[in-house]
Design a protein around this ligand. Structure first.
Ligand SMILES: [Zn+2]
Ligand SMILES: [Zn+2]
Length: 251
């Protein structure tokens, strides 16, 4: 098993266990209803991604001519930090764009149709969004000369963080609040999944929450238990086919 698969499996097992023992919301849907479309989407995305982006990335790494000031950064830890921040900032900008443009929202709303947010929601993304989000990222990697091993460090950490902040684990509210000053936490991200439009236009960060503070989109929920998750116009269970075809619908 490679490092990425290992971090996916271990984080899903750990946070999946915690959310079942200490749930934040008591969802009415069964475990199968909550997880099956997300797991299927996740598998499809991993397969399509490895057949497309991984091939392009491999080609980029084999090129002799690279741009990028990171080739001149001789301290490995500094290079890791800059790469991590660049990739995380990119994800913040991408996510905000998905909410700003009607066409992009058609695909991103698949993620927001989740009514019972849980660890598997970390994989509920439309395949088109997953693939297209990698195109500007490849350019960024090439432009700055981000090292493959540094991308891997970011991706592994992000995988664990995505599962953590989508989990239905009821961590202590003070711990959540203090952690949210640095990283994205479940309560912080729940507000982004709120049915109230204004609330969903906040907290776009994926790993470091300070991007939302810097770009004035930070908001911490006063009463996280009162957040209603999902999209009101799609307040019913969507199977895998409906999720894939959702961008074609006009509402
Ligand atoms: Zn979003
Ligand atoms: Zn989310």
């Amino acid at each position: 098993m490679d490092w990425e698969s290992l971090s996916i499996v271990s984080s899903v097992l750990l946070f999946g266990f915690l959310e079942n023992i200490f749930p934040f919301f008591d969802f009415k849907s069964t475990f199968n209803q909550r997880t099956y479309p997300n797991v299927l989407l996740g598998v499809i995305n991993v397969i399509v991604n490895s057949l497309t982006i991984a091939v392009v990335l491999d080609w980029i790494w084999r090129q002799k001519i690279w741009l990028g000031f990171l080739h001149w950064v001789k301290l490995p830890w500094l290079s890791i930090c800059i790469s991590f921040l660049l990739l995380d900032l990119y994800l913040y900008v991408w996510h905000r764009m998905m909410h700003s443009f009607a066409f992009a929202w058609r695909f991103h709303k698949v993620h927001h149709t989740e009514m019972s947010m849980n660890t598997s929601t970390a994989y509920r993304f439309h395949t088109v969004e997953v693939i297209s989000s990698n195109v500007p990222k490849l350019f960024l990697i090439w432009l700055f000369g981000i090292q493959p091993v540094h991308i891997l460090i970011y991706e592994l950490t992000l995988v664990i963080e995505l599962v953590f902040h989508h989990s239905n684990w009821a961590i202590h509210k003070k711990v959540d609040k203090y952690l949210s000053y640095i990283i994205v936490t479940p309560n912080f991200h729940r507000l982004h999944h709120s049915q109230i439009f204004k609330e969903s236009q906040s907290n776009y960060a994926s790993f470091f929450s300070f991007w939302d503070r810097i770009f004035k989109s930070y908001s911490y929920p006063k009463y996280p238990k009162q957040i209603k998750l999902g999209l009101p116009q799609h307040s019913y269970d969507l199977n895998i086919l409906k999720l894939i075809l959702l961008p074609l619908k006009n509402n």
